[in-house]
Design a protein around this ligand. Structure first.
Ligand code: HSE
Length: 316
């Protein structure tokens, strides 16, 4: 395929994934935090990373080992592009944060490169390329609970990975998210390695009950269902100890009126879902105070559910 434009810049938002009982299945993007990728057409084929700017300058510059570069390679190969691409990655979010940093790079790259094509693919068609990109960093089986929501926007159920299939869940308008990012890094590969390979049937039943009840709660706009089901029996019992002050932060968010709270992705970020922005601000501040009391520090964010997902922000 030929190119249709010579330049495009895309933004991909940070995501909260797992969202309690939806291990590897549920996720939603937040507003304001995320990565940018600029893509420039080159006459020679292949993908080069010209520069990585921002918070993670030590990420690999070799395109095949970088989530953004790998996503671009996979997409260009799939459409048999008659051109190459040079990319600049603007890394605005911390890596190893539990906020989908690897996914954001891959999603922004796939969207920016797609926009250069003479006949761009749909967002749904881009999922497999963004997933392929993200997989270079995770060191594990592909999981789409960051890539899908970052690309598509809204609360997303990853129903299937290969081929990608999803369901978008309508979210109440006044549902806000408080996030705290404690200043430590947790590699997703490590956080996955400490999980048991198998679980008992009683745990599986409780998790399935909560996952289905949470989705019902969102569809029905019912606080009681959301409150009763926003919990995780798969990963939290093993990962909580990796996050200093986790129980204190979670308890503080609930005491401040959050509907529920848990680990964002593989941590260390912690999220709380709340009715209304004021309550989310109170939950974020309460988590920050709890973390400080435990002798650590972190950044807080308060956000609506980002319904737009990744976007093209400039093109020529
Ligand atoms: N679902 C993933 C996990 C999210 O919890 O390991 C991290 O990318």
């Amino acid at each position: 395929m030929k190119y249709g434009r010579r330049y495009a810049k895309a933004f991909a938002p940070a995501t909260v994934s797992n969202v309690g009982p939806g291990f590897d299945i549920f996720g939603f993007p937040i507003v304001g935090l995320g990565d940018y990728v600029e893509a420039f057409v080159t006459e020679g084929r292949g993908v080069t990373i010209r520069e990585i700017k921002g918070s993670a300058a030590d990420l690999p510059l070799e395109a095949g080992k970088n989530t953004a570069g790998k996503a671009a390679i996979t997409l260009l190969n799939a459409v048999e592009a008659a051109f190459g691409v040079e990319i600049v990655l603007h890394k605005n979010m911390p890596i190893g944060s539990g906020l989908g940093s690897s996914a954001a790079g891959a999603v922004a790259a796939s969207l920016a490169v797609n926009h250069l094509l003479e006949r761009p693919l749909t967002k749904a068609e881009l999922l497999e390329h963004a997933l392929e990109g993200e997989s270079v960093s995770s060191g594990s089986t592909k999981h789409g609970d960051n890539v899908f929501p970052s690309l598509l926007g809204g609360f997303t159920i990853v129903s299937h990975i290969e081929p990608p299939r999803h369901i978008s869940v309508p979210c109440p308008d006044n549902l806000f998210c408080a996030v705290i990012h404690p200043h430590i890094q947790i590699a997703t590969s490590y956080a996955r390695s400490i999980l048991p390979k198998e679980i008992g049937i009683s745990v599986a039943v409780r998790q399935a009950a909560n996952a289905s009840s949470l989705i019902a709660g969102l569809f029905l706009n019912d606080d009681q269902h959301i409150r009763n089901s926003l919990m995780d029996f798969f990963a939290e019992p093993y990962r909580a100890k990796l996050i200093p002050g986790y129980e204190e932060m979670k308890g503080a968010a609930l005491a401040a009126g959050a509907l529920g709270a848990g680990i964002s992705g593989s941590g260390p970020s912690v999220f709380a879902l709340c009715r209304g922005k004021k309550r989310a601000e109170a939950a974020a501040n309460a988590m920050k105070d709890a973390l400080i009391t435990c002798g650590a520090a972190g950044d807080i964010f308060v956000s609506a559910i980002n319904r737009d997902g990744a976007q093209i922000v400039a093109a020529e």
